[in-house]
Design a binder for this molecule. Structure first.
Ligand SMILES: NC(=O)c1ccc[n+]([C@@H]2O[C@H](COP(=O)([O-])OP(=O)(O)OC[C@H]3O[C@@H](n4cnc5c(N)ncnc54)[C@H](OP(=O)(O)O)[C@@H]3O)[C@@H](O)[C@H]2O)c1
Length: 254
């Protein structure tokens, strides 16, 4: 059996990586569709040794799609995912928009694949924030072995987490600093080259950032609501690759 797959956000960092992995894993894919915004209509993206021409999300007909991978941000998912789901595609959404919806399973396959059964309520499956995804994969076997009581995590997140424009800003600022240009922050709130910024997503009323809140809420939904978790999320001047320092307290000796 083959599946027709659409990648929404196919011109972006995440979409291009999705296409590369879909090809690398040699999954049973029938037709593949690259979807982006209107400005990218006709733009070519690579899918293995094939080239796909981008189509526009607004006019695309999802009725011929079995699986739609969304990686174009929360606002695009909010509008586009229900439309694709209604047309019959199973949506796997990479944005934060549906993650805490009780009718949408939040899945990391290595951790809670069984929860995917609930997907049919909305035909949408969410995946967590990048920092949560890598954290819960490490926590799951530890939780099974000794039951986690509390987690204190500090992240070191690369600019790739904020998209292509953010990586370009790091590159341009870094180059500029060597020739005495003054850096102008556009994507980040502060200079990112040769700097670290403890501010990812918006600040919330209690002083935590939304990124930090997401790590707590998503870990509870995926792994165990009883786990207490506090996070400090920091953007570092690195192109690709998030790191985390994690301190874990257990119920039983390990
Ligand atoms: N879960 C995770 O671990 C994780 C990690 C990183 C990112 N993300 C999610 O993935 C999203 C994309 O991240 P990225 O790093 O790939 O960003 P990016 O490099 O800036 O790419 C954004 C993509 O979204 C498309 N897009 C923007 N507006 C659109 C619209 N109105 N209709 C259709 N497509 C539209 C863009 O198409 P054009 O080129 O046509 O503008 C582009 O393909 C993020 O916003 C976030 O929600 C999730």
């Amino acid at each position: 059996m083959e599946f027709n797959v659409a990648v929404v956000g196919a011109t972006g960092n995440v979409g291009q990586e999705m296409l590369a992995i879909l090809d690398e894993r040699q999954l049973p894919i029938g037709e593949a569709f690259a979807i982006a915004s209107r400005q990218s209509i006709g733009r070519e993206v690579s899918f293995g040794d094939r080239t796909l021409k981008c189509r526009d999300l607004e006019t695309f007909d999802f009725s011929k799609v079995d699986i739609a991978l969304f990686a174009a941000g929360g606002a695009v998912s909010k509008e586009g995912a229900p439309k694709a789901a209604k047309a019959g595609a199973v949506v796997i959404d990479n944005s934060s928009h549906f993650r805490m919806d009780p009718d949408v399973p939040l899945i990391v396959p290595e951790v809670n694949a069984e929860a995917v059964r609930g997907f049919s309520k909305k035909n949408i499956i969410a995946n967590p924030n990048c920092s949560t995804a890598q954290l819960v994969v490490a926590l799951k076997p530890l939780h099974d072995a000794a039951t986690i009581r509390r987690v204190v995590v500090a992240t070191y997140q690369s600019t790739s987490g904020k998209g292509k424009a953010a990586m370009d800003e790091l590159f341009t600022q870094t180059k500029g600093i060597y020739v005495n240009d003054s850096p102008t922050p556009e994507v980040f709130t502060k200079q990112i080259a040769f700097n670290i910024i403890p501010h990812i997503d918006v600040f919330m009323e209690d002083g935590y950032t939304k990124e930090e809140w997401k790590m707590t809420a998503e870990t509870k939904k995926i792994l165990d609501p009883k786990i207490r978790l506090t996070a400090t999320c920091v953007r570092v001047p690195v192109f690709v690759g998030h790191s985390e320092a994690v301190n874990v307290e257990f119920e039983r000796p390990i």
